[in-house]
Design a protein around this ligand. Structure first.
Ligand SMILES: Nc1nc2c(ncn2[C@@H]2O[C@H](COP(=O)(O)OP(=O)(O)OP(=O)(O)O)[C@@H](O)[C@H]2O)c(=O)[nH]1
Ligand SMILES: [Mg+2]
Length: 318
């Protein structure tokens, strides 16, 4: 039986296997994803991002408890940037969430970025689709809010959570407008630490100044002490409030369209890239192209244009 059929029947090992194939960019994975796609679109996707070590995994871990008590099944995608700042984060996530490992209603997957071909967000969306097809009610996607890709992933969630911690005061100012723009819910975690008031005040100020949102949603700020589970219940209800608001003002349809557009364009982009890379490898042309570029016999713009023209026709005729 195909992996996708087994996944739809609830086979967890088949899901793990397909996720490994996705990581390895196996061509067969595309076929399986194609089969699963009609069964996706049911899960509610929540993105959570913030600086390294701000407590994202701890928050996720505590949110899982609440979702499970409500009878919801949960998928978790932890995107690890394998940066020097967060060395061993995957191990950390595993340990932190270990206690859910025996719960059939919880599926945890860590994803290393390791400069994967086709892009990080592409792989993440593929993994989300598998969890969605598995029937997970809620999918939590954790990324470190440092790179463009990581922020983009969270942006395509239905609800985006941005986590801060006290003592980052100046950082809040420095944080790119991008991350402020994407947040629906904001969290000041480690509220047990000194400076939580100031962080919240700063955050409120930045939010009031810097936002020009298309939708009517007023972002909410929560204080949490994730280690103790304090404030997590409120945060979960914040997600529900946001979901309800989206449903009431057609925001959900808009997000859905946005999400669909982003993921489609990413797949298109990575497939086109894969096509060209495989073609060059097969024809053993990459090395000679590089030689020509280094010696300045030609330029990358012309080479790219020529390759595209060969594949799709000349610019203007396309
Ligand atoms: N004092 C305090 N520490 C906390 C709190 N929440 C989490 N921590 C600690 O902060 C550290 C980092 O927590 P994680 O949940 O791994 O943070 P993260 O944001 O997932 O980290 P990365 O994934 O590595 O970026 C751990 O040692 C936690 O125990 C809190 O509310 N108060
Ligand atoms: Mg983490």
């Amino acid at each position: 039986m195909s992996l996708s059929k087994r996944i739809l029947e609830g086979d967890i090992r088949a899901a793990s296997r397909l996720m490994r194939d996705i990581d390895d960019r196996m061509p067969s994975a595309l076929e399986e994803l194609r089969e699963l796609y009609p069964k996706t679109g049911r899960a509610y996707i929540v993105g959570i991002t913030g600086p390294p070590g701000s407590g994202k995994s701890t928050i996720v871990d505590k949110m899982i408890d609440i979702f499970r008590k409500e009878g919801k099944t949960v998928g978790i995608v932890a995107v690890d940037p394998t940066s020097p700042f967060t060395g061993g984060a995957i191990l950390g996530d595993r340990i932190r969430m270990q206690r859910h490992a025996t719960d059939e209603g919880v599926f945890i997957r860590s994803l290393a970025t390791r400069g994967c071909l086709g892009g990080l967000s592409r792989s993440t969306h593929d993994i989300i689709n598998v969890m969605d097809a598995m029937g997970k009610d809620i999918i939590l996607v954790e990324t470190v809010g440092v790179g463009q890709d990581e922020v983009e992933i969270v942006h395509t969630a239905h609800t985006s959570i941005v986590v801060f911690v006290p003592g980052l005061g100046d950082d809040i100012q420095a944080i790119k407008a991008g991350i402020i723009e994407i947040g629906d819910l904001f969290v000041v975690n480690k509220a047990d630490r000194e400076g939580a008031d100031k962080t919240e005040r700063d955050l409120r100020m930045v939010l009031e100044m810097g936002r020009k949102r298309a939708d009517a949603w007023e972002p909410l700020i929560f204080r949490t002490e994730a280690i103790l589970g304090k404030g997590i219940f409120e945060l979960v209800y914040g997600i529900y409030r946001h979901k309800q608001a989206l449903e009431q003002n057609q925001g959900l349809a808009k997000r859905l369209r946005e999400r669909t557009k982003t993921t489609f364009l990413e797949i298109l982009e990575s497939e086109v890239m894969t096509h060209f890379i495989e073609k060059m490898e097969k024809e053993k042309k990459l090395d000679s192209i590089l030689d020509d570029l280094i010696s300045r016999r030609t330029d990358p713009y012309s080479v790219a244009e020529k390759m595209i023209a060969e594949a799709f026709g000349k610019v203007g005729e396309r």
